[in-house]
Design a protein around this ligand. Structure first.
Ligand code: ATP
Length: 251
């Protein structure tokens, strides 16, 4: 599914927080949304997920304007993984992952065989099978984050929209998730703070600064020492590591 963002503004508290953003996320691409704290990444992602209504401009899924779509209709196309998602504490992990099937289920009917198979696969993909019956409140931060990603996978969406999905994960789980996002055929828009990882796993990057899109394109074009200094206010030395990936050393 192709996602198009056209001339999008989002205002709150009397302030324009996202300003005139136009960007195309091609079907199947993995696109990283980067920018300093408060630059508007989560706000833009929430507009793309249909959770915020733009004050100007449009979000289109495969050309269709999503303005006015119900949450259920959006959820059949795109799964959203929040930055710090909390969940009702009395649920088990398996119950949380099962919530991913809600957009496809008749309200009064239980889970079918297909639902169960999809839930089991999502639990296995996030290495949560052994924890499936554990109560949410007993989980570590990283386990909770993986459970929310499993819930999104169980939704079997055309697009995955993720807000800092690696912030609680150890290095191995970070790499595992980013590989999954890079390899999937689904369209991915992911907020990331780690610039080298964003460069390595994303096809394209969108860089926000004070709510405006200041650069968009392949990582090696977007991440330049000048731009990193101007936008993130740090000096960085860019090079290539032995695998050919972009390397960044902060000064
Ligand atoms: N509902 C709101 N009302 C008023 N201001 C808001 C609202 N939501 C966000 N903001 C402000 O908008 C700015 C952008 O917030 P946003 O969460 O989109 O940034 P971000 O780039 O995701 O930041 P971070 O990297 O810290 O997560 C911030 O200054 C934030 O305080």
């Amino acid at each position: 599914m192709r996602i198009s963002i056209e001339g999008l503004d989002w205002a709150a508290g009397g302030r324009t927080i996202v300003r005139d953003v136009t960007a195309e996320i091609p079907a199947g691409a993995t696109v990283g949304l980067i920018g300093p704290n408060g630059s508007g990444k989560s706000s833009l992602l929430r507009c793309v997920a249909g959770l915020r209504t733009p004050s100007r401009g449009t979000v289109r899924y495969d050309g269709d304007d999503i303005r006015g779509w119900s949450a259920r209709r959006v959820a059949r196309q795109a799964a959203f993984v929040e930055q710090t998602a909390d969940t009702h504490s009395e649920l088990r992990i398996a119950d949380i992952v099962a919530l991913g099937r809600t957009p496809f289920r008749d309200r009064w009917r239980g889970l079918g065989g297909t639902d169960r198979a999809v839930i089991d696969a999502a639990l296995a993909r996030m290495e949560l099978t052994d924890l499936a019956d554990r109560q949410w409140r007993t989980l570590s931060g990283g386990e909770r984050q993986r459970a929310h990603i499993a819930r999104a996978l169980a939704q079997q969406p055309w697009a995955l929209l993720l807000d800092e999905p690696t912030n609680h994960l150890d290095v191995r789980h970070q790499l595992d998730l980013l590989r999954l996002l890079a390899d999937t055929d689904q369209t991915v828009l992911v907020v990331l703070h780690d610039l080298p990882l964003a460069a390595r796993f994303c096809d394209r990057l969108l860089m926000l600064h004070h709510g405006s899109l200041v650069a968009a394109g392949p990582p090696e074009q977007v991440l330049t020492a000048d731009r990193i200094r101007d936008v993130f206010e740090v000096d960085a030395e860019l090079g290539r590591d032995s695998t050919g990936s972009l390397s960044l050393t902060y000064r």
